[in-house]
Write a protein that binds this ligand. Structure first.
Ligand code: PMV
Length: 350
C-alpha cells in the first residue's frame, strides 16, 4: 500500500479592494451582488504561508492556523476540499498510474505574518493559499481564474488573492457561480510606483463578521441597492481605465469614494454597522489635508470591515506622505520595520 506523505507549500498575498465587495446574492456559493476590484499587496509584507500534506495513513483532515487547530468541518473549508478533490479525481480517472490522492485525508498548516481577522483580509490570503497549496499538492494544471471559482467559496475576497497586481472579481450571473471569477486587470509591473501603507489602528478581531454584516445590509439597506445596481458598474469601468492609464488622481478619487460609500451603506444597515472609529476618521482627515496641500490627490485611503486604514500612494510622494504620517505613528510599538506597515495612533483632535 502507498504510505508515502505527499507535500506542497505555497504563499498567498493579501489584497485590499479599491471597489468593495459587500453583499451576497448566494450565501452558500459566495456569489456577490456587485463586481469588485483590488490591489494585491507585496508578499514580503503581508502573506499567508501554507503547507499541505496528504497520505493514506492520515486518519482525519486537519488544519492549523498560527499553530492553533481549526475546525475543518465548516462549509467553506469543506467546499474547497471537495472541489479540489473532484479536480484531482478527474486526473486520476484519466491516468490510473497516478496515486489516489483524492481519497486521502489532508493536513494543512498555515501561518499569517499579520493579525488574523482584524479587517486585514486575512481570510483572503488564507483561502487563496489553501486552494493554491492543495492544487499544487494534487498537481492540478488549472489556471488561477479557474481556481478562483473555488477560493471564492472559502471567502469571497480570496478569489482575488490568486493574482498579483490589479484584480477584478467579475460578479457573474449564472446561478451555479461558474462565471463569478477573478481576472487580472494588470500585473504589478504595469504600475511600478504604486505603494500601500497600512495604519494599524487596532489589531483586535472585528465586531461584525463580513458575512453577517453583508446579510444585514442586503436585507435592510436601500442605499445598498442603488450602490450595487447603479454606482459600482460605472465605477468598475472608470477604475479599470484609471489603472490602464496609471492615472493616480482618478484611481485615488474612485478609491476614497468607494470606501466612503461602502461605510455609508454599513451605516444605512439596520441596526447600523460601525467599522470606522475616531482614529480612522482622523486618518481620513490627514489624507484629505495631504491632498489639499498637494493641490491634487496624491494619497488615497480605504477601509475594509474594520478600523485599519490602507493608504495608496506613488513612490515619488513617499517621503512627503510618510513624513506627514510619522508624527502620528511614532512611539507606538509596531510590527518591526516592514516597509508597508506602520502601526498608527493618530491623536485626538486632528
Ligand atoms: O471576503 P470577505 O467575506 O471577508 O469580505 C470582504 C469584504 C471587504 O473586505 C469589506 C471588501 C472586499 O472587497 O474585500
Amino acid at each position: 500500500a502507498d504510505s508515502k506523505i505527499y507535500t506542497a507549500s505555497t504563499t498567498a498575498p493579501v489584497n485590499i479592494a479599491v471597489i468593495k465587495y459587500w453583499g451576497k446574492r448566494d450565501t452558500k456559493l459566495n456569489l456577490p451582488t456587485n463586481s469588485s476590484l483590488s490591489v494585491t499587496l507585496s508578499q514580503s509584507d503581508l502573506r499567508t504561508h501554507t503547507s499541505a500534506a496528504c497520505s493514506s495513513i492520515f486518519t482525519e483532515n486537519r488544519l492549523y492556523l498560527n499553530r492553533e487547530p481549526q475546525d475543518v468541518s465548516g462549509a467553506r473549508q469543506q467546499a474547497c476540499f471537495r472541489e479540489l478533490r473532484v479536480l484531482r479525481a478527474a486526473l486520476e480517472a484519466a491516468d490510473p498510474t497516478l496515486p489516489k490522492l483524492s481519497t486521502y485525508n489532508v493536513h494543512i498548516v498555515s501561518e499569517n505574518n499579520f493579525p488574523t481577522a482584524a479587517g486585514l483580509a486575512s481570510s483572503a490570503a488564507g483561502f487563496a493559499a489553501l486552494v493554491r497549496a492543495l492544487a499544487d499538492l494534487y498537481c492540478l494544471q488549472n489556471t488561477p481564474t479557474e481556481l478562483s471559482r473555488i477560493a471564492r467559496q472559502g471567502s469571497g475576497s480570496a478569489c482575488r488573492s490568486l493574482f498579483g497586481g490589479y484584480v477584478a472579481w467579475e460578479q457573474g450571473h449564472a446561478a451555479d457561480g461558474s462565471d463569478s471569477l477573478a481576472v487580472q486587470v494588470a500585473p504589478a509591473s504595469h504600475w511600478p510606483g504604486m505603494r500601500a501603507a497600512i495604519l494599524v489602528v487596532s489589531a483586535a478581531k472585528k465586531d461584525v463578521s463580513s458575512t453577517s454584516g453583508m446579510q444585514a445590509t442586503v436585507a435592510t439597506s436601500g442605499l445598498f441597492r442603488h450602490r450595487a445596481e447603479v454606482v459600482v458598474p460605472a465605477r468598475m469601468e472608470a477604475m479599470k481605465a484609471a489603472i490602464q492609464k496609471r492615472n493616480f488622481e482618478a484611481f485615488a478619487e474612485l478609491t476614497m469614494a468607494d470606501s466612503n460609500q461602502f461605510h455609508a451603506v454599513c451605516l444605512d444597515t439596520l441596526p447600523p454597522i460601525f467599522y470606522l472609529n475616531d482614529v480612522s476618521r482622523a486618518a481620513i482627515r490627514v489624507v484629505e489635508e495631504i491632498n489639499r496641500v498637494a493641490g491634487k490627490s496624491i494619497a488615497a485611503y480605504t477601509f475594509d470591515a474594520g478600523p485599519n486604514c490602507v493608504i495608496y500612494y506613488e513612490q515619488e510622494n513617499e517621503a512627503a506622505i510618510l513624513g506627514v504620517l510619522k508624527p502620528y505613528t511614532s512611539g507606538v510599538s509596531g510590527w518591526g520595520d516592514r516597509r508597508e506597515t506602520v502601526h498608527a495612533r493618530i491623536p485626538e483632535g486632528f
